[in-house]
Design a protein. Structure first.
Length: 549
């Protein structure tokens, strides 16, 4: 027995890297190795005799005894390592947070193979929201519209008023430190104030004896101005805490005049655009680039403008890509690289939306006439690009397509329906030329698409004239003189002729001369066809021009 005991206590013939020899005095020196290192796994070295070549082993209380100092002794480690390679196959591998199956499963897989999918409950930080291409979704404002619940409440039940609901929302927001919830509440306050009839004069007026931004005064008033001041206080606190969505919203409020009596305040907005842009907010980087380009709140610096435009363009911001493309084509920011400019315009066209819709139009202008060696003239493709821009709300593109379908340009067929469609879209967005296009169609009609309506023609011409279009001013003068679509009034016609003549319209000058001749008793000049004469819409180049258009 003594021999066996001695044999058992003798050190092994081969040493593992983890082997520590016992002290010659019989004492067991403590290793400075903390318990967490060995509480789960011991690294494994494959043995020469068919021992499994992967896996881990756990140090159990039966295998290793811990010293009173909280460290494992050398003998404990030696005893485990000595028999480790021969007993490894019989030890069960414990379940870990990286594995959902037993030790009998297949070997060699990655510890995180079964947990690559993020849990649905994991919160999303603003850094992750900004680490995506444009558009970067900001936390959505919460709506308090509860009308959809009215059909589900009892006959005698009543819903909370908007003011009571707002106060409950405010109290709940004060209980949380979540920036996204506080941001959503601030955005809601501004939206609610605008619905209540917000005016810039009210915003600048402060409550007597109150200090804006103090918690004791927040919610004391429910007027639109008080709500905006409360929202501004919340946004300022979040912006100072480094929340980029609040930094951008606050900067945009300063730039639009929301917080300054309707006056733009780029000196306050510019540094906030810079901060949010550095945090990865694409829209802020784009706005910072525009500030450097035009000197809004800072000195003009084309180099820094290009720097921030490139930052936003790298996140697929269509406005930044379009502006960078135009800069490379025109060289107005020191970037004279036409190939790169065409590339940026093409990328901006793919990412264009209803807010930044100019890229397809500008790219269409290049294909309409051809540009350089990389853009060949292709009017059909130009029409496709104009159509894309018009559908996104670009007014000039809508006017061009209305004109193309009216006169058969850009390889488009003559189509009154499509012409009226594109003219209407552009005219409703304030394009004076499109208004005159509709005026022409209403003057002659396009059955069965459009009935002739002289009153409607006069209304569209009057709108265009109010916008300062010279030929529209002449047309309104002529309509008023002849009584087309309105009451005949020579004096008012004279006023419109004077406006058009002052802008250089020769026909208006001729009409004024005719009116003066008629008033003085002379023979007026015949410059217009009889009132009963019909104006044909599709005139050729050899036909006489329409006296109105």
């Amino acid at each position: 027995m003594e021999g066996q005991a001695a044999e058992t206590q003798s050190p092994p013939t081969h040493h593992s890297p983890m082997y520590v020899p016992a002290s010659s005095t019989g004492e067991q020196p403590a290793l400075q190795l903390t318990r967490p290192t060995f509480s789960a796994y011991i690294p494994y070295r494959p043995g020469p005799e068919g021992v499994p070549d992967s896996g881990t082993s756990q140090l159990s209380p039966e295998t290793v005894r811990a010293g009173s100092s909280g460290f494992y002794s050398a003998a404990d480690i030696n005893r485990v390592v000595d028999g480790y390679e021969h007993k490894r196959a019989s030890l069960a591998r414990p379940h870990s947070s990286y594995s959902a199956c037993s030790d009998l499963g297949s070997r060699g897989r990655s510890p995180g193979a079964l947990s690559r999918k993020s849990p649905e409950t994991r919160p999303t930080s603003y850094a992750e929201l900004l680490n995506v291409p444009y558009p970067q979704p900001a936390p959505a404002p919460i709506t308090l519209d509860n009308n959809h619940l009215r059909g589900n409440v009892g006959n005698n039940a009543s819903l909370l008023s908007a003011q009571q609901t707002l106060e409950m929302y405010r109290q709940n927001v004060k209980k949380t430190n979540d920036f996204s919830i506080q941001y959503s509440f601030a955005v809601f306050l501004i939206s609610y104030a605008q619905e209540q009839g917000l005016t810039f004069h009210e915003i600048s007026r402060k409550t007597p004896g109150s200090k804006p931004g103090t918690p004791s005064n927040e919610g004391a008033e429910s007027s639109p101005a008080a709500l905006v001041r409360e929202a501004k206080s919340i946004l300022t606190r979040l912006a100072n805490g480094g929340y980029p969505f609040a930094q951008y919203y606050l900067a945009d409020g300063y730039a639009s005049g929301l917080f300054n009596k309707g006056k733009e305040d780029y000196h306050a907005a510019f540094p906030l655009f810079i901060l949010a842009g550095k945090h990865g907010h694409a829209e802020s980087a784009y706005r910072a680039g525009l500030c450097y380009e035009f000197g809004w709140g800072c000195r003009k610096d084309p180099a820094k403008a290009v720097q921030y435009l490139r930052t936003a363009a790298s996140k697929n911001h269509p406005g930044a890509m379009a502006r960078l493309g135009k800069a490379c084509l025109s060289g107005d920011l020191g970037e004279n690289r036409y190939r790169e400019g065409v590339k940026w315009l093409k990328r901006a066209t793919e990412a264009a939306d209803t807010i930044y819709n100019a890229a397809p139009y500008h790219l269409g202008l290049l294909y309409e006439v051809g540009y350089g060696e990389d853009v060949f003239k292709d009017e059909s493709y130009a029409a496709e690009l104009f159509t894309q821009a018009a559908e996104l709300g670009h007014v000039e593109a809508g006017f061009r397509m209305g004109e193309a379908y009216e006169h058969g340009k850009l390889n488009c067929p003559r189509d009154p329906a499509l012409s009226v469609h594109f003219y209407t879209g552009a005219a409703e967005r304030g394009h004076a030329g499109a208004m005159m296009g509709l005026c022409a169609w209403y003057m002659v009609g396009a059955e069965p698409v459009l009935e002739k309506d002289e009153e409607e023609a006069y209304e569209w011409a009057r709108r265009a004239a109010d916008l300062g279009l010279v030929k529209a001013q002449y047309a309104v003068g002529y309509f008023t003189e002849m009584g087309i679509g309105c009451r005949r009034d020579i004096l008012e016609a004279n006023v419109w002729y004077v406006k058009a003549a002052d802008s250089g319209d020769e026909r208006a000058k001729q009409r004024l001369a005719a009116i003066r001749a008629a008033v003085s008793g002379g023979t007026p000049m015949e410059v217009a066809p009889p009132r009963s004469g019909k104006v044909r819409k599709n005139q050729t180049k050899d036909d006489k021009d329409c006296v109105v258009m």
